[in-house]
Design a protein around this ligand. Structure first.
Ligand code: NAP
Length: 143
């Protein structure tokens, strides 16, 4: 079984993810649809891969994971909150959105029992969050 991804954004990072998934064998994940903004922009892949309607991804029951890689923090917050409320796992690289809305997103994640992964938003994916979680979670806090 492969993970079904709904991708937001096809810029530097979004297209990079698409290329990696297309060229790497053995990854059990496929991009079902890509939501972008500019209807007039030339794309490097067939137009059938794209939509301009965010709801096509957010309300598609076949999509397990929303990967949010757009350049607007406000629009990203709308997308990510709706995805979490709809029970979809979310991966985001959006630093500004997380900095401004982390608490609300953390609560939504807890309420809806879905993962919100944001390693890519921290130092361009240097594995800092995972390192903290895996190696320091047993450390006692001294008050
Ligand atoms: N670039 C990096 O090295 C890097 C590293 C770590 C994190 N990040 C973060 O990753 C995110 C993406 O960065 P990027 O460099 O890939 O940006 P980018 O090259 O400017 O691409 C942004 C993409 O977002 C799409 N977009 C904007 N608003 C949208 C909306 N409302 N709905 C759907 N699509 C929308 C754009 O659509 P169009 O194609 O139609 O214009 C474009 O494809 C940002 O949050 C950035 O801070 C970037």
């Amino acid at each position: 079984m492969s993970i079904k991804i709904g991708l937001f954004g096809f810029g530097c990072v979004g297209q990079g993810l698409y290329d990696v998934l297309s060229k790497t064998s053995g990854i059990k994940a496929e991009i079902i649809k890509i939501c972008v903004k500019d209807k007039n922009k030339q794309r490097s892949i067939d137009s059938s891969n794209f939509t301009f309607d965010k709801n096509e991804l957010l309300y598609d029951d076949s999509i397990d994971v929303i990967v949010e890689l757009i350049d607007s923090a406000d629009e990203a917050f709308e997308i990510v909150s709706t995805a979490l409320k709809n029970g979809k796992a979310v991966v985001t690289a959006n630093k500004k959105m997380l900095a401004e809305h982390f608490e609300e997103l953390y609560i939504l994640q807890q309420e809806n029992k879905v993962p919100l992964l944001y390693e890519a938003s921290v130092c361009a994916s240097i594995p800092i969050i995972r390192t903290l979680e895996e190696y320091y979670d047993n450390d006692l806090w001294i008050r």
